[in-house]
Design a protein around this ligand. Structure first.
Ligand code: DON
Length: 305
């Protein structure tokens, strides 16, 4: 197993040359584009890793899976899906276009930026600190890492420059999707995107979802099986944005990417996988990370289809 994973990372390291590090959030542009690493944690507790598996990166959109989980736990399905739809889009993750043209006017799903910002507004708490604090505690628990925290530089960088997200949030406030103070909601969203992790952390979160919402080490049930299943289903249909269809064919497992270069993959009942490679393709997904997942899926016959 270890030798195989080492070879897969080595083989895909050339791919990183084909991608580009995200620079629309200025602090993200400083990272070395050649990094590539993976961690795999299976349901028996075995952990395998290779390459730059312990380099830190920010969750970015990977955080949308767990914010959705918390919003569903806080509000129930009916309220959440009143505000956000369940359908994939063929558009980019930060696209504005369908927000106004859809009737009723609501984001298509919780994995695109507009949908995730609406989801952040549903997390319970008396102010943005308490809301984010609850989300961070949840991340610490399911990643098995008490030290998780935000990368302040990335958080402030996005807060300063995230005007497209800000525009979408104010639009959603106008049409009643967001009921809270917009800047407070954005603060929760920018902070959740800035949580700093490594491949092992996201492999642990993936394994928790693979294990139907139960932390494997402790047996603690954090969320219902139904909510864990809803999150995984969104990962299949929308997790890789407008590359989700191709990813389902080539890899075939629930996965969520982030512009920090991470991808969290879930092999139901079997394993959680975290990959990191900050060089991204034009759809915002890690080029090398995608390659590693494709090879792992082929080698171990992981597709759920
Ligand atoms: O809101 C944004 O644009 C970023 N904080 C997150 C986007 C993202 O990770 C898209 N993923 N591939």
């Amino acid at each position: 197993m270890q030798e195989l994973i080492d070879n897969i990372v080595k083989k895909n390291s050339e791919l990183t040359k084909k991608g580009k590090v995200a620079d629309y959030i200025p602090a993200l542009s400083k990272v070395n584009p050649d990094y590539l690493g993976v961690a795999v944690k299976d349901s028996k507790g075995n952990l395998y890793y290779s390459g730059d598996y312990n380099k830190k990166f920010t969750l970015q959109s990977i955080s949308k899976t767990i914010s959705l989980m918390l919003a569903l736990m806080d509000n129930g399905e009916e309220k959440v899906f009143e505000k956000v739809g369940m359908e994939p889009t063929g558009d980019a993750f930060n696209s504005i276009i369908k927000l106004e043209t859809m009737v009723p006017s609501k984001p298509l799903n919780p994995m695109i930026n507009a949908g995730a910002i609406a989801i952040a507004s549903l997390i319970k708490g008396k102010n943005s600190e308490e809301k984010f604090g609850r989300l961070l505690s949840l991340f610490r628990k399911i990643s098995r890492n008490d030290k998780l925290d935000i990368n302040e530089e990335v958080y402030l960088s996005e807060k300063r420059t995230g005007d497209r997200n800000r525009a979408m949030a104010y639009f959603m406030k106008d049409v009643g999707i967001i009921e809270e103070d917009v800047e407070e909601v954005l603060d929760v969203y920018f902070k959740q995107c800035s949580i700093e992790v490594d491949c092992v952390d996201i492999a642990n979160i993936g394994l928790f979802l693979a294990n139907r919402g139960i932390i494997p080490d402790t047996g603690e049930q954090i969320t219902s099986e139904h909510i864990a299943r809803t999150v995984k289903t969104f990962m299949v249909t929308c997790g890789m944005y407008n590359a989700s269809g191709e990813f389902a064919i080539k890899v075939g497992v629930p996965a969520k990417s982030g512009v920090g270069g991470g991808i969290m993959a879930v092999v139901p009942h079997k394993m959680g996988i975290g990959v990191f490679g900050p060089a991204l393709d034009e759809k915002g997904n890690s080029v090398g990370g995608y390659g590693i997942l494709r090879d792992l899926s082929k080698e171990f016959n992981l597709s759920i289809f």
